[in-house]
Design a protein around this ligand. Structure first.
Ligand SMILES: *Cc1c(COP(=O)(O)O)cnc(C)c1O
Length: 393
């Protein structure tokens, strides 16, 4: 490689190694499930987004196998050329039905959906209001558009309202938020946000990646959790509760989806989703609706585990979502506890500065409906054994 670039990148890596350390991917053997094989050991998995346990569901996997035999793997073309198969439309209809919108548009991932939605809809006369803790893909998608942006402090509705009032002369105002924030597991105050949006005639866009399939009686997401029908624009992923494979979507009105199909660049200029993945996601959506007991078990597992950690003296951020942030503030404590838990057979990750603020270091525990009572008890016992390291005697 070019010597100057190589030298600069090498120096930047050295700096990073010395300050925060370099990220290193954990190599897992075999399939996603309630346990994962790492270095020959089976660890109980509290680190995946497979909230309903559908990634390893035999019906999902069989449907994908059958689709592979019948339709092959890839289509080697975009949706707008010869890449579209009937299953793509069927999956879009299934997503729209799940989240309660007129239509939905598929993308390769939710990252792509968020990169593609803003620039297709907005211009320089528009203003986007974005929560400071929004997902990286929302931040990048907003930046890719020519809209003006205003970032408001996390969940600070008073600050948001001041910004909305200051932008009265813009064409469209668009409030953008995660439905569930992935670091804290907190659910956005959607009723208040919706009221603000109505008062200021603003568009409300919610990225429900951690909520679709999880929140609400039917798994429709954050809006259903609060007992109302929906928001203007919803984005989400097929890579978490809905089978855990890959894919994303934007859901909303027909005029929205028609516009995106005409001019959203990560829809038009990329390969169509491989049909076996589309079949897997459609099957996962069907199962998520047919088996409400998965959401019941997820909720029961989550409250059991929260109570168990509380009894052991662990401090957690409050919440209902299966993301449980266990606070272990200060330096490298969270990392040490995560490493000790791994030696005990429990896979969790530490989130440390700068991913979370200094002093708010934590371990993120992610509960799944696939966890058995025995696995939850095993993990709670492991948290008990590392307790002295974590919270003192
Ligand atoms: C996980 C996540 C994404 C990315 O989803 P992919 O489909 O994996 O690209 C986007 N937004 C939020 C809020 C997420 O949690």
């Amino acid at each position: 490689m070019n010597a100057a670039l190589s030298q600069r990148l090498g120096a930047a890596l050295d700096d990073r190694r010395a300050s925060t350390g370099l990220r290193e991917d954990l190599v897992v053997a075999g399939a996603q499930g309630a346990t994962l094989e790492v270095d020959g050991a089976a660890l109980v998995n509290f680190a995946a987004n497979d909230y309903l346990g559908l990634a390893a569901d035999p019906e999902v996997l069989d449907a994908a196998r059958l689709a592979l035999r019948e339709m092959g793997l890839g289509v080697a073309a975009g949706r707008v050329l010869c890449g579209t198969r009937a299953i793509h439309g069927e999956l879009e209809a299934a997503i729209a039905e799940l989240v309660g919108t007129e239509d939905a548009v598929l993308y390769g991932s939710c990252f792509d959906a968020n990169l593609g939605v803003f620039s297709a809809l907005l211009g320089p006369d528009d203003v986007v209001f974005s929560d400071e803790l929004n997902h990286a893909s929302l931040i990048d998608g907003i930046r890719l558009s020519s809209a003006q942006r205003r970032v408001f402090p996390h969940a600070d509705l008073a600050a948001l309202e001041r910004l909305l009032a200051e932008s009265a002369r813009s064409r469209h105002r668009v409030i953008v938020t995660d439905g569930v924030f992935s670091m804290d597991g907190d659910i956005v105050a959607l009723p208040e946000l919706r009221e603000l949006a109505q008062r200021y005639d603003a568009v409300l866009l919610v990225d429900d990646s951690h909520a679709t399939g999880v929140l609400g009686e039917n798994g429709a997401g954050t809006a259903e959790h609060f007992g109302f029908g929906g928001v203007d624009i919803l984005t989400g992923t097929l890579g978490k509760a809905l089978g855990g494979a890959a894919g994303g979507f934007v859901a909303g009105s027909r005029v929205l989806t028609q516009t995106l199909r005409q001019s959203s660049r990560p829809y038009v200029f990329t390969n169509a989703m491989a049909p076996p993945l589309a079949v897997a996601a459609a099957t996962a959506i069907r199962l998520s609706r047919r088996r409400p007991e998965l959401r019941e078990r997820l909720a029961a597992n989550t409250s059991w585990f929260r109570a168990a950690l509380g009894e052991l003296g662990y401090e957690m951020l409050p919440g209902q979502h299966p993301i449980i942030p266990v606070l272990l503030p200060g330096g490298t404590l969270a990392r040490e506890v995560a490493a000790a838990l791994r030696r005990e057979g429990v896979l969790v990750f530490a989130l440390t500065h700068p991913v979370v603020p200094a002093g708010a270091e934590r371990i993120r525990v992610q509960i799944s409906a696939a966890h058995s009572v025995e696995q939850l008890e095993f993990a709670a016992a492991a948290f008990g054994r590392v307790r002295e390291l974590a919270v003192g005697a």
